[in-house]
Design a protein around this ligand. Structure first.
Ligand code: GLU
Length: 509
């Protein structure tokens, strides 16, 4: 019987969410929406030493920013609350105890020194994998080797202990990963992992399995770094008696360095001058700030489009996808096995595409603000026109103002090469004639009318317009290339246009 699809994003609040985590959340979300299922958010905060204040809020804000909606879990709540693992400790304690009672787990009292000594002994004996397992456990201090009275006495005395999984000595563990296919592991390769720590909190492994079961998760979609733990998880489902409703696994490919070799790190991002966190983050202890996609000027639409294609492709040529289109096309079985190279230029390309599609009015306030901060006056209408003129030429909204340099500043120098090639007698005559024609121009100074005025003036003077346009641009902006010249004139206004033509004639002679 197929159960309704339920997936979860289960981050640990140990710092800012990595952009790879956002991709994991996104793939979960796309799959949930595509299957008409539910997307859960669970906070895995059982490692108290790694807890960072503000990290949970950061996760919520980042998901919201990229448009991933949480149906159930931390935030909206739901029937399986609480969704923060630190608030569910009794639930895990009960299951760990059940495993001990059923002989599938045991208490271990070994101190850090005793564990170290064991590791040393095994290393010296060249044991293939130094671990706590079916063989070594019999030499250690645990409820399998100690008398029941001694175990009880130690517990009554409040001695610290953990609960370990009693891994079977010879058992095949198999799982069919939706992306990677069959994974087979022999249980001798799995060690007696700690399930419950001496602080009474569960480890990731126990908490994760108990919660996925209780929260009726059908698909576990997570990063490749968890693939080595998956056999242990299968074993836990078996021991807990939940194997028949065990979720399906899908382990997502790693994000690789820009050069394609090795896992993408914060250092790569720092060296390359690009973000690997969705939002800016200031470390509460060191005060050091790490850049974010949002603050760097990436649009959420561009960010998810970029992330969606990092490790998955739709099998068509289509590159631009809205969230709804991603949902419609997404297929978990088309996710790649191989790591995905993190190419920030591709992210910039996506941003360029989405900036072009932004309404001018949405881009205008930033332009106006930057212009005013730089000491220029700029009306909202002017800012909107600048955005319309230049949004197709930039990757980021904040580059529009930089690109508008020739609008706010009359040229002080003129491109030498263009002067030599184009500033001839015809050009000088054309600039003078056009200047004169503009003196008598009245009405609104709009691109279309400017174009007619220029065309008429050139015709009357017997000058081929195509031959002098670059010189005209040179006179107005100082360079030989740039955005639409008629719109540029409309934006700088009639007086400024005339003044620039005049100045070019006197400066260039
Ligand atoms: N808390 C784990 C992490 O942050 C979750 C892994 C999983 O999804 O099972 O990576």
């Amino acid at each position: 019987m197929s159960r309704p699809v339920r997936v979860r994003f289960a981050p640990s609040p140990t710092g800012p969410l990595h952009i790879g985590g956002v991709r994991t959340a996104l793939y979960n979300y796309l799959f949930a929406r595509k299957m008409g299922g539910k997307m859960l958010l669970r906070i895995e905060d059982t490692d108290q030493n790694r807890f960072v204040p503000g990290a949970e809020e950061y996760i919520q804000e980042a998901l919201k920013w990229v448009g991933i909606e949480i149906d159930e879990g931390q935030g909206p709540g739901g029937p399986h609350a609480p969704y923060r693992q630190s608030e569910r400790r009794e639930i895990y304690q009960k299951e760990a105890q059940r495993l001990v009672d059923e002989g599938k787990a045991y208490y271990a009292f070994d101190t850090a020194e005793e564990l170290d000594a064991m590791r040393k002994r095994l290393e010296e004996a060249n044991a293939p994998a130094a671990q706590y397992n079916a063989i070594t456990r019999m030499q250690m201090r645990n409820s399998l080797t100690m008398k029941p009275e001694e175990v009880k006495a130690r517990m009554d005395a409040g001695d610290p202990f953990v609960i370990r999984l009693k891994t079977p000595r010879k058992e095949e563990v198999r799982l069919n990963d939706l992306i990677r296919g069959w994974v087979n592991v022999h249980s001798s390769a799995i060690d007696d992992k700690v399930l419950l720590k001496s602080d009474g909190l569960p480890t990731y492994h126990l908490a994760n399995i108990v919660d996925d079961h209780l929260m009726e998760i059908t698909h576990v979609i997570r990063g490749e770094e968890w693939l080595p733990s998956a056999p242990l998880h299968v074993l836990l489902y078996r021991y807990l008696g939940w194997e028949d409703t065990m979720p399906q696994f899908a382990h997502l490919p790693l994000l690789l360095k820009p050069e394609g070799n090795g896992k993408l790190s914060k250092r790569d991002a720092d060296l390359g001058g690009f973000p690997i966190f969705p939002l800016q983050w200031t470390d509460p202890i060191t005060g050091v700030t790490a850049r974010g996609f949002r603050e760097d000027g990436y649009l959420p639409e561009a960010t998810i489009n970029f992330l969606a294609l990092l490790g998955w492709n739709p099998g068509t040529e289509q590159e631009l996808f809205t969230m709804d289109e991603l949902i419609a096309s997404f297929d978990l079985t088309q996710v790649h096995k191989a790591g995905a190279r993190f190419d920030i230029q591709k992210a910039q390309w996506f941003n360029h595409q989405y900036i072009r599609l932004q309404p001018d009015a949405a881009l205008a306030p930033a332009v106006q603000q930057q212009a005013e901060a730089a000491g220029f006056s700029c009306s909202p209408e002017k800012a909107e026109k600048i955005a319309a003129l230049l949004k197709g030429r930039v990757n980021f909204a904040h580059e529009i103002f930089t690109e508008a340099g020739t609008i706010f500043n009359a040229p002080t120098t003129y491109d030498e090469a263009i002067v030599t090639a184009k500033w001839n007698d015809d050009a000088k005559k054309a600039v003078a004639v056009f200047r004169d024609a503009l003196q008598t121009f009245d009405g609104a100074f709009m691109a279309d009318d400017i174009k007619h005025t220029l065309g008429d003036a050139m015709q009357q003077a017997g000058i081929k317009q195509g031959k002098i346009m670059q010189a005209m641009r040179l006179a107005l902006t100082g360079s030989g290339a740039g955005p639409d010249l008629m719109l540029t004139m409309e934006i700088i206004g009639k007086e400024e246009t005339v003044a620039r033509l005049e100045k070019a004639l006197t400066t260039l002679g």
